[in-house]
Design a protein around this ligand. Structure first.
Ligand SMILES: Cc1ncc(COP(=O)(O)O)c(C=O)c1O
Length: 490
């Protein structure tokens, strides 16, 4: 046999025993490498489905983007921040770590001492660890030519993906939180867009003889119902304030009223029902009617319901919501509103949501059930906050009891998205201010048209946010011992 070029002379001079040993060593190394590869690589990579066994593992145009995404995800931000592909580029041209609140430094390793805990917004980052655990299943590749057209699969100008609608219907049916069979589905850019779309859909025509509809809600309510309605106040409808103002009127006639009901409620997490009754139209906002946040007593079946992806999957940044509407004409009007304002929810978002809903569905009732995960996190947070606040005479929280959940098929502990805090001391009339002095940023109850004695704490944010919150609340409660009249440290 001809020796290999280059090494031939040397090999010829080696004794035969040495050559055998060398070959044995090489074979053993090769076998070890194969064993390790078999152990650690997924079968598709082992088999080299690219046909040619290239380093792209069968990928051509998606490979560069995938590598870039993985490189960003692999940057170490000390567990207190992340790198996003669209982050601000540093001197090296690459996006750097974006640190969680109370952490700083290039790799987010520096804890900001005594920092203010931010419990203001409803940012659902408690679910981020879930999607990190499901990095592969939750990833979506978007080609440069993905749905460049205005149209999508529905084909009749609704700009809604048929497949996404199908999967959303499946999710509701599988979770048992809404009856979908007799409902039309209307997509929007976040459920926030649906507020006005649905009010418009339920109001009399601008040129009708009837007076404008009155849009009302029971305090404490989600403030955007007011701010958005007021923004468009006009011939069709106007903000009518809280239902308490219409107690007498509603006994006589509820004609021309549109009542917003949030169930469970933001900010106090109670499962509310409409209060006006009669012929008032009702829009039920079920943003939190998912098993992370509440027990599900039965599937919701109101005429007009709002849902969002922001709270069940946590993808608030994708801006995707949908309405379930029984009446075809109301659905048509709501859809026309969305078409006239944005020509349908972003097709890129619809693609991403399709992938996300499929992952949620695939894991229902399994070990990686997103609702079991979410409930676990939220229940623990509520328990921990309650344990500290129960020692306080200065602040109190809403009362919540365990209840039977049809999804989990057992009694489950409460796990609200928000804590509705009441300041009990006479001098703490402005509860938001009192909390801010204790370095806790909350959302003032006056925004919900409640008394200033109330303020809202968000429990939805990241683990870092929650730990900072627990530190500050513990300090606040511990300090009560020293504030108490007649207290002596002797
Ligand atoms: C009760 C309620 N409805 C609607 C929304 C808006 O959600 P989206 O992110 O879908 O616009 C929120 C957001 O916090 C909410 O709390």
């Amino acid at each position: 046999m001809e020796p290999a070029a280059g090494g031939g002379q040397q090999a010829r001079r080696r004794p035969a025993g040495l050559i055998g040993l060398h070959a044995l060593l090489c074979l053993s190394l090769l076998l070890n490498a194969l064993l390790l590869a078999h152990h650690f690589l997924p079968p598709s990579r082992l088999l080299g489905h690219d046909g040619g066994g290239s380093s792209g593992c069968g990928l051509s145009w998606a490979l560069r983007a995938a590598k870039e995404a993985e490189a960003a995800a692999a940057v170490d931000c000390s567990g207190h921040g992340q790198v996003f592909l669209d982050g601000v580029a540093g001197e090296d041209g690459r996006p750097g770590c974006e640190c969680n609140a109370c952490f700083a430094g290039p790799d987010c390793s520096l804890r900001t001492p005594d920092c203010t805990a931010d419990a203001n917004s409803g940012n659902p980052l408690f679910l981020e660890p879930y999607w990190r655990r499901h990095a592969s299943a939750g990833a979506v590749v978007v080609s440069g030519w993905h749905r460049m057209s205005y149209t999508t699969t529905d084909g009749h100008g609704l700009f809604q993906s048929i497949e996404l609608e199908r999967q959303i219907r499946r999710l509701h049916s599988a979770v048992g939180n809404a009856v979908v069979d007799d409902k039309h589905v209307v997509f929007a850019a976040g459920s926030i867009q649906l507020i006005n779309a649905l009010v418009h859909a339920l109001s009399p025509d601008a040129d009708a003889a009837s007076p404008p509809a009155r849009v009302v809600a029971t305090a404490p309510y989600y403030p955007t119902y007011r701010t958005q309605t007021k923004m468009f106040d006009g011939r069709e409808y106007r903000w009518g304030g809280t239902t308490a103002l219409w107690g007498n009127a509603s006994r006589n006639s509820t004609d021309g009223f549109i009542e917003f009901v949030t169930s469970p409620n933001n900010p106090d997490a109670q499962l509310y029902k409409p209060v006006l009754g009669g012929s008032a139209a009702v829009i039920v906002d079920h943003a939190y009617y998912w098993p992370h946040f509440t027990h599900i007593p039965a599937p919701a079946d109101e005429d007009v319901m709002m849902f969002t992806m922001s709270k069940p999957s946590g993808h608030a940044g994708s801006r995707f919501g949908w309405a379930l509407i029984r009446d075809q004409d109301v659905a048509k009007r709501a859809n026309k509103y969305v078409q006239d304002s944005i020509m349908g929810a972003s097709r890129d978002t619809q693609l991403r949501m399709l992938g996300i809903v499929k992952v949620m569905l695939a894991n229902l009732h399994g070990e990686e059930d997103i609702f079991a995960f979410g409930h676990g996190v939220m229940r623990t947070r509520w328990r921990r906050l309650n344990a500290v606040v129960s020692r306080s005479r200065r602040i109190s929280l809403q009362k919540m009891a365990p209840a039977y959940c049809t999804y989990f098929k057992r009694i489950r502990d409460p796990s609200p998205a928000y804590a509705w805090v009441k300041c009990e001391r006479e001098e703490d009339e402005d509860c938001h201010e009192a909390m801010l002095k204790a370095k806790i940023n909350t959302r003032p109850g006056v925004l919900n048209e409640a008394s200033s004695r109330y303020t809202r704490i968000s429990l939805l944010k990241s683990d870092d946010d929650f730990e900072a919150l627990m530190e500050r609340v513990t300090d606040l409660v511990n300090a009560e011992r020293y504030d108490a009249p007649g207290f002596s440290s002797m």
